[in-house]
Design a protein around this ligand. Structure first.
Ligand code: CTP
Ligand code: CA
Length: 230
């Protein structure tokens, strides 16, 4: 069961949470984006603050009010998100990457608005891969004993089930915990509820029942708290 908000088990710790979805600009007015609302990341930040942590929240394009007592750093692109996370991570006892960074960005950003041409032709947008922030901070640990948490929204496909794909992702990223959401059913984005399986690199597996994003947040902090070396 969750220890809940009344036990300050994170007092004396600094935690870093990322939330929201990044935008990758094509020109000054257009971007590629995704549907992440930031609700789960904000619930994580609020839950950590209520348990006594000092919280830094890196928010990518989230239209939610700043949680009380939380330091909010606003970013737009994956490159900005990476820089903000790498800047704050050396002083963080735990990092939770709840944000949805765009995997790709346009190869070039046009300084001027891209115009339609009269001949009916369409531009081709070439993409390049963005840096993998979770992998980078997991493989080059910026602080000893840091607990790093990733998220994975999976549907399962011909190459594996949701849990098989998530187990492989946990190993590939090198983080300590992976919060796995089965999104095969659709309709998770912007929903007030969530449910998840928490996979740990040490082999532990915790099923978090469907509930509010706050209850899922507390279940994640329970796992982080028990792994912090104190
Ligand atoms: N992540 C990250 N940097 C990226 C992409 C993802 O830090 N450029 C983080 C996310 O914040 C999340 C975790 O990695 O915590 C998993 O994201 P996901 O999109 O599931 O992983 P990918 O490696 O991008 O794999 P996929 O091809 O399934 O999208
Ligand atoms: Ca991705």
């Amino acid at each position: 069961l969750s220890r809940g908000a009344s036990v300050p088990d994170l007092a004396g710790t600094h935690v870093l949470v990322s939330a929201g979805g990044t935008r990758e600009y094509l020109d000054p007015v257009r971007f590629l984006g995704n549907r992440s609302s930031g609700l789960q990341g904000y619930a994580l930040a609020r839950a950590a603050a209520s348990r006594g942590a000092e919280v830094t929240l890196v928010a990518a394009n989230v239209s939610l009010p700043d949680p009380a007592g939380v330091k909010v750093v606003r970013v737009e692109t994956t490159a900005e998100l990476r820089d903000a996370v790498v800047a704050a991570a050396p002083s963080a006892d735990a990092v939770v990457m709840a944000a949805a960074p765009a995997d790709f960005r346009p190869l070039g950003v046009s300084d001027a608005k891209i115009k339609k041409s009269d001949d009916g032709s369409s531009p081709t947008i070439e993409l390049q891969q963005n840096p993998d922030i979770l992998k980078e901070i997991s493989q080059h640990r910026l602080r000893d004993g840091q607990v790093i948490v990733g998220f994975a929204a999976e549907t399962g496909d011909s190459t594996g089930s949701v849990l098989e794909l998530a187990t492989a992702k946990l190993a590939r990223k090198g983080c300590d915990l992976l919060v796995v959401n089965d999104v095969s059913g659709g309709a998770v984005f912007g929903s007030p509820d969530n449910e998840a399986v928490l996979l740990a690199a040490d082999g532990e597996r915790v099923d978090v029942p469907r509930g509010s994003k706050s209850s899922v947040a507390h279940a994640i902090w329970d796992q982080v708290s028990s792994r912090l070396s104190r």
